[in-house]
Ligand binder design. Structure first.
Ligand code: ATP
Length: 317
């Protein structure tokens, strides 16, 4: 179990992690989500003792990382896959790690097999692709057979087969009763990999909940409508007090109603529909909804003002 209490890290005036409280429990895959610059990597670095907290505390199975006698046997971590001595072979990289933690040589062969790198074990890692480096990083995390594992963006650079492999690996590790804490920007992947989520924005915890609960409490379902009579259908739906939006592809999104309600109303008015689809919200929808105000770095779409216009007095949101 990983436990953070009042965990805070400041870099000068910048508060990267702001009085964060959470617990990552064994037996589940816990996703760690947040927009760029939210504080995920800093939190992971604090857990691993690579940075010292300005205030507060974080422990792994009740102890600070720096007090662990053989840390690789307690916590395995993949932070930056490319942070490996490029001149060493994959085998030697793992063997050096193993020796410093009293891990037997046969375990090096085992983990190389687990991640599928046996055939390149004797090659220098400087020639490795990002995907191969990720696999090597994961091998390093697994080396000490630790009860707690942390992965920062583990599927970065992996092909679809590799992504599926990582998903199964995370779930297998959790099923074995381990604590698995994993950050990713790939929402669709998190939705199918994680059981629980810790969401951070601008250094503060925004949510700490199950994946399903997170989606249900932060996004609503909608009905997608296409019609050759859109100019009449749109005001008809709006006249019911329903929230109706026009999507970029010309379809309508009608929020918090059922497809039956929309179909009955439009059919009753003698208008035609070409599509009527109930759409369940995704993890991405919920994430965007929750973290919209916490995004530090906004890109601007063509035609969108670079600086948001001030809200109109008395205007609707
Ligand atoms: N060594 C540092 N010195 C100064 N500021 C830092 C340092 N490390 C991180 N920060 C700042 O702290 C904030 C949190 O950064 P962090 O890398 O933890 O975010 P993140 O959630 O991992 O982002 P990303 O998703 O982009 O990897 C950012 O504003 C970042 O610029």
């Amino acid at each position: 179990m990983i436990q953070a209490r009042g965990l805070t890290k400041r870099f000068g005036a910048k508060v990267a992690v702001d009085h964060v409280e959470f617990a990552v429990r064994p037996g589940t895959v816990t996703g760690f989500l947040g927009p760029n610059g939210a504080g995920k990597s800093t939190t992971m670095r604090l857990i691993l003792g690579l940075d010292r907290p300005t205030e507060g505390d974080v422990t792994v199975n009740g102890r600070h990382y720096r007090d662990l006698p053989a840390p690789l046997r307690e916590v395995g971590a993949l932070l930056e896959a490319k942070a490996v001595h490029g001149g060493r072979t994959a085998y030697n990289h793992l063997w050096c790690l193993a020796q410093s933690n009293g891990i037997p040589r046969r375990r090096v062969d085992e983990v190389l097999g687990l991640v599928g790198l046996e055939s390149v074990a004797k090659k220098a890692t400087r020639g490795f692709s990002l995907g191969m480096s990720q696999r090597l990083g994961i091998a390093g995390a697994l080396l000490g057979d630790p009860p707690v594992l942390m992965f920062d963006e583990p599927v970065n650079g992996l092909d679809p087969e590799g992504i599926l492999w990582v998903r199964r690996l995370m779930q297998q590790l959790a099923r074995e009763g381990r604590t698995v804490f994993v950050s990713s920007h790939l929402m669709s992947e998190m939705a199918v990999t994680a059981d629980h989520l810790v969401v951070i924005g601008k250094g503060k915890i925004l949510a700490d909940t199950g994946v399903r609960d997170f989606i249900d409490s932060n996004a609503t379902s909608h009905v997608r409508v296409r019609s050759p009579h859109l100019d009449r259908v749109e005001p008809l739906l709006a006249s019911q007090g329903w929230r109706v939006e026009r999507a970029d592809d010309g379809s309508l999104r009608v929020h918090e109603v059922t497809a039956e309600q929309v179909g009955d109303l439009v059919g009753g008015a003698g208008l035609w529909l070409h599509e009527l689809t109930g759409v369940q919200p995704s993890l991405e929808d919920a994430f965007m909804q929750l973290t919209g105000d916490s995004v530090e770095y906004h890109a601007h779409m063509a035609g969108e003002p670079a600086v948001a216009a001030p809200p109109q007095a008395g205007g609707d949101r």
